[in-house]
Design a protein around this ligand. Sequence first.
Ligand SMILES: O=C[C@H](O)[C@H](O)[C@H](O)COP(=O)(O)O
Length: 249
Amino acid sequence: MVVSEDQTQREKEKQLAAATALRWIRDGMLLGLGSGSTAAYFINSLGEAVRNGQLQVQATATSHASDALARKAGIAMLEPRRGLRFDLTVDGADELDPQLRLIKGGGGALLREKIIATASDALLIIADSSKAVPQLGRFPLPLEIVPFALPWVLDAMEALGGAPVLRTDPNDAQTAVQSDQGNLLVDCHFNALPDPAQLAEHLQRIPGIVEHGLFLGLARAAVVAREEGVMLLRPGLEPVPAASVSELL
Ligand SMILES: O=C[C@H](O)[C@H](O)[C@H](O)COP(=O)(O)O
């Protein structure tokens, strides 16, 4: 596989954003752990700090893959239970706009990610520079669908102006990808989402859509690594160098 200079730069930025997020992790915190390649860098860095005795934390992961990675990294894992709330969730994103509205779910983990983000006092996004966009929608919107509902959900998405595509195995177009819950995933192409809140309302009314990948009003801050430095973005505030902010919460 040929890896372009751009891809190499993106990977470096993901690692840098993930490592920067560690500066806001405090001893004793209960953490939500995100999914995807950027979150994996964070889990590995966190695991290293735990194994070195620098940090003691407990966590719940947003996917089977992240759970396995975190256990392997030596992080103490918590099962879901009544009353459990997280101090902070650290997760990646497929797109984030200046108001820190997000598209998530490119890795299929959107449902557990939204559950854990909602059970957290704060959601911190870690991202490479390609994820920060002026307007959401170039990345197709992921949806988690109950299998029985698929045909009607596809019709409903077309009626909303989207072009829905069932997510299949990249090596076998006949095999649909299943989420950790055993549901189907649909990627809906819109090109641009001028009113994400209105779209989210429509999606919530379509039976069979278990969850959609619009995360609105959930992210407290985003660490975005760029060639010129690592910035902290917060809704309604000018971006500042991440190193200048000592307390996030
Ligand atoms: O379902 C996956 C998640 O929403 C990921 O956080 C998102 O797809 C970003 O993944 P990556 O860090 O690999 O770009």
